[in-house]
Design a protein around this ligand. Structure first.
Ligand code: PA5
Ligand code: NI
Length: 191
């Protein structure tokens, strides 16, 4: 890892950064329990263990003062009527923020605090989103054909806490109704 200044490019379209240290691929089989329609999930998985999203990370030491960053790409698709999305997480150090810059595509960032405040923010190219400390966040791609690509930056010591979202889900879900995205209450949310 270099401690000297460096640059890289994010080609548009394409969005795979010209420099990265780590490429994460999240497949359907890693998302058991995340989608509301379990039957549709099982049917989709029986057909193909599809890649739902990918992350290209520029790694930095995991300590305060450093900034981890990279590109997140959520592919288009749905499980039942629910759009492809990331797992979503709180930061392990809850009091750490994150900045997202939407490079390509259309979608939403679903966010909530442990106290139950919710915000679902639309994302389109050139939108900058500030996710304050304490807000869990999940990217949702609501296009039928394009990837949703975002550039993200967060503190090196933030870490990821997937547990509570995996157990309870987010309070809101983004689904397709009559050909359009709709934000609904999560019928399976557990307190
Ligand atoms: O740090 C972030 O919030 C992003 O890099 C996400 O990790 C990325 O979008 C993948 O989402 P998740 O970590 O919830 O699977
Ligand atoms: Ni994050």
């Amino acid at each position: 890892m270099s401690d000297r200044p460096f640059t890289f490019d994010i080609p548009l379209p394409g969005v795979i950064p010209t420099r990265y240290d780590h490429h994460i691929t999240r497949r359907l089989s890693e998302m058991v329990g995340y989608y509301a329609d379990e039957q549709a999930f099982a049917a989709a998985l029986a057909e193909k263990d599809e890649t739902l999203y990918e992350v290209y990370e520029i790694r930095r030491p995991e300590r305060a003062g450093e900034l981890l960053h990279g590109v997140s790409i959520v592919h288009p698709g749905k499980i039942g009527n629910e759009y492809f999305m990331t797992k979503g997480h709180f930061h392990a150090v809850l009091e750490t923020a994150e900045v997202y810059y939407c490079l390509q595509g259309e979608g939403y960032m679903v966010m909530e605090t442990p106290e139950g405040e919710c915000v679902v923010q639309p994302l389109r190219p050139n939108t900058v989103l500030y996710v304050p400390p304490r807000w869990a966040h999940r990217s949702v791609n609501c296009s039928d054909e394009s990837d949703l690509a975002t550039f993200f930056v967060y503190p090196g010591n933030a870490g990821h806490n997937y547990g509570s979202v995996a157990e309870r889900g987010f309070r809101k879900r983004v689904v397709e109704r009559d050909g359009r995205p709709q934000i609904i209450d999560n019928p399976r949310w557990r307190s």
